[in-house]
Design a protein. Structure first.
Length: 92
């Protein structure tokens, strides 16, 4: 059974489309809450906020770790962002 979303805050049309049309097994969907940029100090960070002190599911933790590693690796190998410092992905 597909889970339902209970936020009551945002338009859920895209979430419903995901539930209706994407594979139910072996497919993961997650979002990041914030991408923080400071153009003066050239610092960048990703932020995921968990509501009600919830622990992330294993798949979400794995996904965030993968994104974190890809960001670190990508920023290290491009001259376009050589001056930028990536402060990693944080979970609050």
């Amino acid at each position: 059974m597909k889970p339902t979303e209970h936020t009551g805050i945002r338009d859920l049309k895209f979430s419903q489309w995901i539930r209706d049309f994407l594979p139910e097994h072996g497919f993961v969907v997650t979002d990041l809450d914030f991408c923080l940029f400071n153009h003066k100090t050239k610092k960048f960070m990703l932020l995921e906020i968990k509501c009600r002190m919830a622990e992330p599911k294993e798949w979400q933790r794995d996904t965030l770790a993968m994104i974190n590693q890809l960001m670190k690796t990508g920023m290290a190998y491009t001259s376009q962002y050589a001056e930028w410092k990536y402060l990693e992905t944080h979970l609050i």
